[in-house]
Write a protein that binds this ligand. Structure first.
Ligand code: FE2
Ligand code: FE2
Length: 177
């Protein structure tokens, strides 16, 4: 389901996620699985994504209607839940919200989110600093990548997803506690 063109990103995500899991003392196999699964529906037609979301009973919001590609994570999570009988909330929410971030991410959610944004094929200013930060501190890196995503979206007139804003607010509160 993943094109040749997207494979380097998927492999990069797997590599970065397993590295983060190893460094921070988590299960590399879980991180590897999440890396391979996260973009399974990334290249499915938008009309099909909307149909699958309906079949799966996913509630769509205004952002999903404008950009159905945003549904690819939620659909992938429900797909692996059904296909592999995976019930772990941390894995499912990690895949669901890998694009937006999520205020209730567990560690694997943060690992996948960071790997998706910081893997080796991504190029943007300060990415090397963010990679080093992720090796040192997952929460701080999560905070900084959220900051980056929000600034990037605002500066380019793009949507800021509600889950991103919620995750940001939650991180700010935690930092100041
Ligand atoms: Fe994705
Ligand atoms: Fe991705």
């Amino acid at each position: 389901m993943v094109s040749k063109k997207r494979m380097p990103h998927v492999i990069g995500t797997v590599k970065f996620a397993t590295t983060l899991a190893r460094i921070h003392g988590f299960n590399e196999n879980v991180a590897e699985f999440m890396g391979y699964a996260h973009d399974l529906f990334r290249e499915v037609d938008w009309s099909k994504l909307l149909k699958i979301a309906k079949i799966y009973g996913i509630k769509t919001n205004i952002q999903d209607k404008v950009r159905p590609v945003l549904l690819h994570g939620k659909i992938a999570a429900l797909f692996i839940k059904k296909r592999f009988k995976i019930e772990e909330e941390d894995i499912l929410s990690g895949i669901s919200y890998h694009t937006s971030g999520y205020k209730d991410f567990g560690t694997y959610g943060k690992i996948l989110f960071l790997a998706d944004s910081l893997e080796e094929t991504r190029i943007y200013p300060k990415i090397d600093e963010l990679r080093l930060l992720a090796y040192k501190d997952l929460d701080m890196a999560f905070y900084e990548v959220l900051r980056n995503k929000i600034s990037y979206a605002v500066s380019r007139d793009l949507l800021v997803l509600p889950e991103t804003v919620e995750a940001w607010n939650e991180s700010v509160i935690k930092r100041n506690m």
